[in-house]
Design a binder for this molecule. Sequence first.
Ligand SMILES: [Zn+2]
Length: 306
Amino acid sequence: MRLVYSDHYDLNLGAHVFPSVKFRLVKEKVIRDGVAEPNDFLEPAPAADADVALVHDEEYIRKLQTGRLSYLELVRLEIPYSPELVRAVWLAAGGSLLAARLALEGGVAVNVGGGFHHAFPDHGEGFCVLNDFAIAIRRLLVDKVIERAMTVDCDVHQGNGTAAIFASSPSVFTFSIHQENNYPHPKPPSCLDINLIDGVGDEEYLEELDQGLEQALGQFRPDLIFYVAGADPYREDQLGGLKLSLAGLEERDRMVFEKARERGIPVAVVLAGGYARRLEDTIQIHVNTIRAARQSATTRAGLRGL
Ligand SMILES: [Zn+2]
């Protein structure tokens, strides 16, 4: 299985609840734990501006590139603006496109970054500047590499940007399972939203996810799934109010990969949020997701060998 990563994914946030050093720490632990080897990682190119413009307004792109966001736009972003931030989000978008292409070739691939699902066409918010995987999906649709895509968003926060971007795109099915009583407010409707009440734990979450995936994949057959594997449904998360355990999150990952594998649908993974009290937990959750991705890729390859 191939993974996509750049040392420049770090969003340069300093002391912030979003631990943007996590990308590097996840990559290092993946190698240390033997989940992948250094040679499995590919370095992305930044997304082309023309690709970014398939999702985002020219005016917003120009403001980002010239550092001319207004005070209110910066407040809404909730992260400090810097040239490093701009470089990082263009790279994350290029990385998600590369991961999608690798998934289409090999069944499963991971962008060790991205998942910026709160970014809208004309603005960023909630730590998300560019909607990296929406950009990748649009590019693949335009190139007719795929005809239909699905987003499976398991971050604790609803995928509002993604829902808005694809609201009138019949070729993209957006699925989000999240805590209802949490940012964002309002929640533009996804094709399927599962609104969970506060404090939902492993058993109920996995049941709801199971039903949701069956419903989504029963009515829509995508050529590619983007799995938005947020680490923040974890019970120790500072910005989440669900109660999943580490084992429950691993089961979540396996369920998503298995349902896709059964149907022969490639999966590209993006990391999205994760704000555990202990940074090690956030790193562990992401590494577990990558291990599950790798196992799914191995199973697929084994079956092809038969
Ligand atoms: Zn989140």
